[in-house]
Each structure stands twice: as C-alpha cells, then as structure tokens.
Design a protein around this ligand. Structure first.
Ligand SMILES: [Zn+2]
Length: 277
C-alpha cells in the first residue's frame, strides 16, 4: 500500500493563534512545529500498523518547511516533500500510484465560525466549485479524486472533520479540538491527540477497500469571492478568469487539475494587491 499524507498545521491539537504557526515567531512556533511533526509521526505509525508500506509526506503549511525531519521514521520507504512554491502546493507528489490519502492538521474553511478558518489565503472570502463552498480539504480531495485516489483520514478541528466526513463518509475523522473562537480553542492535549490520530490512521487503512474517490461533476466552474475589490482586480489579469462582480471572479474548465491550478495561481496573484496596498 502506498500512502500520501498532506499535513497542514492550523488543525494541530492545542494550536489557536497565527503566532503558533507563523515561522517568523521565535517563541511559540518552535513548540508547535514539534507538535505538528509528532502528529504526523503518529499518523505514519498508525498507517504502518494498518499495512502502509511506502509513504509520501507533503509538508503543506505556510513556507512548507515545518516538519522536524529527523523525528520521522529512519527508512527509505518514507519520503518528505518540503518547501514552496510547489506547482501542486498542498497536494504536490500526489499521482495515480497512490492508494489512499491522509489529511492531518487540517482546518475549517474561510467564513466558518472556527479557529483560524481560511481557504488557502486570507484573500479568499469564499470559494465554490459548481456552487459548493470549498475548504482546502474538499479542493484537495477532488484533486486526489481526479486521479482515482480516495481520502481515508482527516484530522484537525471538529468543524473541518465533521464537514469532510459528511461528504466522504468512508473516511475516518479525528477531531482534536473544538473552536471557541477564531483565536481560541478547547483541545485535547497533544499526547492524547497523537494517540487518537495513531488509532484513527490504523482504522483508516482498513477503510481503503470500500473508500471512494471524491469528485465534482464535470464541467467545473470555480468562483472566488475575494476579501477586497483590488484582489479581484489582480486575479482578473490572469487569462481565463472572468470578472463577475466587484469582489468575484470565475474560471471554468473541463479538467479539474487545471481548475485547481488556476485557483492556486489566483491566490498568489491576489497577494500582489496586498503588496501595492
Ligand atoms: Zn496551514
């Protein structure tokens, strides 16, 4: 069995503030990158117990250089993808050779009343595919689905876990914390979270046989509502995007990977608006 793990950070147990997952923070970030790493290690250990052999881990948060690599298993069946930008961002390295996907440390989507809720960028007020509001988990699951690969585990805050399991009922969900506010959470302790993740990962491996790839129905229509008008001005500069409102742009394609690539590029170019200010 070949497993792919996309590991984000905001959904790590105990984490409730941008400072704790901002690599420029010298005080709290080093502690929380260790918590993140140990949750990923727990997922790897559980997956191994459940029969995974080769594992690809994609560091998927911020500059994508968060994992403390020396705390991961010491054998060449585990590969780690680090750094940014990567063409496929949180899903770099995913292809049809993968049997199943884990999402760890995932968080609620933009607009949800949940801790550090966002979707890829603070510039994204709301993103939909074919009218369905999307989290990072759903956007990424649909990329895996376009390769015929199912998601079988999602760990993170309760909002994203429950929302994801509702649309992918074959997946195991491990909720490590509940939102109290955008910058507050009621969480399992890191150690308890790791034990739950390890058990969930083991259980998820047994779900692969009846899991299904998640897909939207083609053709695909992406709508991005931005936080500001100027961000939409910048995204509109990209060929293929149509302006449909003051803070809204649209992109259509019959090819889902192309649609996701357009979204990822849009989140990058919208940042130019923030730079000009
Ligand atoms: Zn993140």
């Amino acid at each position: 069995m070949k497993l792919y793990i996309s590991c984000d950070m905001e959904g790590t147990a105990g984490l409730c503030s941008w400072k704790q997952c901002d690599p420029s923070d010298l005080h709290e970030y080093p502690i929380f990158r260790s918590y993140m790493t140990r949750e990923v290690r727990a997922a790897i250990d559980g997956a191994r117990e459940g029969g995974a052999r080769r594992i690809v881990v994609n560091d998927s948060h911020w500059s994508m250089r968060n994992l403390l690599l020396d705390e991961l298993p010491a054998d060449d069946d585990v590969r780690v993808i680090s750094g940014a930008p990567k063409p496929w961002s949180m899903m770099q390295g995913l292809d049809a050779s993968i049997d199943a996907v884990f999402f760890t440390g995932y968080h609620a989507k933009a607009g949800d009343s949940a801790t550090l809720a966002h979707t890829y960028s603070d510039d994204v007020y709301r993103v939909t595919v074919n009218g369905t509001p999307c989290s990072e988990a759903l956007l990424n699951a649909a990329l895996a689905g376009s390769y015929g690969v199912p998601v079988v585990l999602i760990t993170g805050d309760r909002t994203i876990v429950e929302e994801s399991v509702a649309v992918m009922p074959w997946a195991v969900g491990v909720a490590v914390k509940d939102a109290v506010g955008f910058s507050a959470a009621n969480s399992l302790t890191p150690q308890a979270a790791r034990e739950a993740i390890r058990a969930g990962a083991r259980e998820a491996m047994a779900c692969i046989a009846h899991a299904k790839p998640f897909v939207f129905d083609a053709p695909f229509e992406l709508t991005i509502e931005t936080a500001t008008v100027e961000q939409a001005d910048f995204i509109e500069l990209m060929p293929g995007f149509a302006r449909i409102g003051g803070r809204a742009v649209q992109f259509a394609s019959g090819d889902y990977p192309m649609l996701l690539a357009a979204f990822l590029a849009a989140t990058r170019i919208s940042a130019a608006a923030d730079a000009i200010g």
